[in-house]
Design a protein. Structure first.
Ligand code: XUL
Ligand code: CO
Length: 437
């Protein structure tokens, strides 16, 4: 039986439509840069924010009007799955992402937890077969329960390290069973509050040991999905070890793990790290580690992870330039790690939220495609660095000169002439792409 009874399948009606339950820009089959829009974007539903989140915050109770809240245990888990798949089908979303804890109840102990997972996974498999919806990635929740109070793989307690390992083992197995094409590590409590009680060297070594075990286990079970690390600078801990792309990259290089991992970049995590979203994507792209995206946005006036639905067309366009230049995200995608505001508690608000996010990225894709096609910015950048194409610049790039030769060259210069970076002109041109229909 359908839950969203009054909502039909959401379709593309074009920019002039006033129908709030239609797409204005997301036209899944439309070909852009040689590929269907839906294959560029690979949208995914986040199980946790969409189906598990209840709207509670430190000052208030749950607000979300959700029918499964009347139920308990596996019954609740199954109704949630039914409604989740109906939701994805109606929006034409082809992927979902999940934590183990989102899909099934914990149970009394690890054994019961794993049995619950097996039961719900079998159930979800039937829904996947019926709808054709696929799994973009799975992960484990190693941050909510009391046992992870001091971290998971970076806990001072070796028993906790072991429990976290058993969770990842199981989560990787079920992701594999569901045909997931990625597996995510977000280091929820992998960080610290004070050096007065922390051995950072051991914690970082242990985190690397843990990730190496995951790499080994992946090979053992023949899971071919991409492993992804999701950087975040703070919250819940004050110092998260996976601060940003640059920090994670140097960690992976130090521990010889770089070949096995790519990055899952979340917009709101980038801004918490005092970076722009496109900066983080760019750092990944130029280092060959752009794997997937958690699409959302923060509130720049608030210093925490508000996980709002992305509606900022400027940021989405800049992000899609990086995605296109990366040659796409596959096997990654765009997962809406975003939640409706506490006051948007009616089920229909979930549709409005996803439609807003999907249209924003669809329009961002169109803008980015046009920008790359017309090449104005690329040409500008190329000209800006032209001094490295000949003369002394070419010799620098080709490694033919050192400090002594450069000193001799510098002495011969009568004056050093720079040219304008033209930032305001370029920003105005960028706006003209956004304004254009
Ligand atoms: C937390 C966050 C997580 C990860 C998956 O900020 O983004 O939901 O995406 O664990
Ligand atoms: Co995320």
């Amino acid at each position: 039986m359908a839950f969203f009874k009054n909502i039909e399948k959401v379709v593309y009606e074009g920019p002039d439509s006033k129908n709030p339950l239609a797409f204005k820009y997301y036209d899944p089959e439309k070909i852009v840069a040689g590929k269907k829009m839906k294959d560029h974007l690979r949208f995914a539903m986040s199980y946790w924010h969409t189906l598990t989140g209840d709207g509670s915050d430190p000052f208030g109770d749950a607000t979300m009007d959700r029918p499964w809240n009347e139920l308990e245990g596996m019954e609740k888990a199954k109704l949630r799955a039914d409604i989740g798949f109906e939701f994805m089908e109606k929006l034409g979303i082809e992927y979902f992402c999940f934590h183990d804890l989102d899909i099934a109840p914990e149970g009394k102990n690890l054994k019961e937890k794993n049995e619950n997972l097996d039961e719900i996974v079998a159930y979800i498999e039937t829904l996947m077969a019926k709808t054709g919806i696929k799994c973009l990635w799975g992960t484990t929740n190693a941050f909510t329960k009391q046992r992870f109070v001091h971290g998971a793989s970076t806990s001072p307690n070796a028993d906790v390290f072991a429990v976290a390992a058993s969770q990842v083992k199981k989560a990787m197995e079920i992701t594999h069973r569901l045909g997931g094409v990625n597996y995510v590590f977000w280091g929820g409590r992998e960080g610290y509050e004070t050096l007065l009680n922390t051995d950072t060297a051991l914690e970082l070594d242990n985190m690397a040991r843990f990730l190496q075990m995951a790499v080994d286990y992946k090979a053992k079970i023949g899971f071919e999905g991409q492993l992804l690390i999701e950087p975040k600078p703070k919250e819940p801990t004050k110092h998260q070890y996976d601060f940003d792309t640059a920090t994670v990259l140097s960690f992976l290089q130090k521990y010889n793990l770089k070949d096995h991992f790519k990055m899952n970049i979340e917009a709101n995590h980038a801004t918490l790290a005092m970076h722009t979203f496109d900066h983080e994507l760019n750092m990944c792209r130029i280092n060959g580690v752009l794997g997937s995206i958690d699409a959302n946005q923060g509130d720049l006036l608030l210093g925490w992870d508000t996980d709002q639905f992305p509606t900022n067309i400027y940021d989405a366009s800049l992000a899609m330039i990086e995605v296109l230049k990366n040659g796409g995200l596959e096997p990654g995608g765009l997962n809406f790690d975003a939640k409706v505001r506490r006051g948007s508690f009616e089920p229909v608000d979930l549709f409005y939220a996803y439609i807003a996010g999907m249209d924003t990225f669809a329009k961002g894709l169109l803008i980015a495609d046009k920008i790359i096609e017309e090449g104005e910015f690329d040409k500008f950048v190329e000209d800006r660095y032209a001094s490295y194409n000949s003369g002394i610049g070419k010799q620098i790039v080709e490694g033919q000169v050192g400090f002594e030769e450069l000193e001799a060259y510098a002495m011969s210069l009568e004056e050093v002439k720079n040219t304008s970076g033209r930032q305001e002109l370029l920003e105005n041109i960028f706006n003209s792409y956004i304004y254009s229909k």
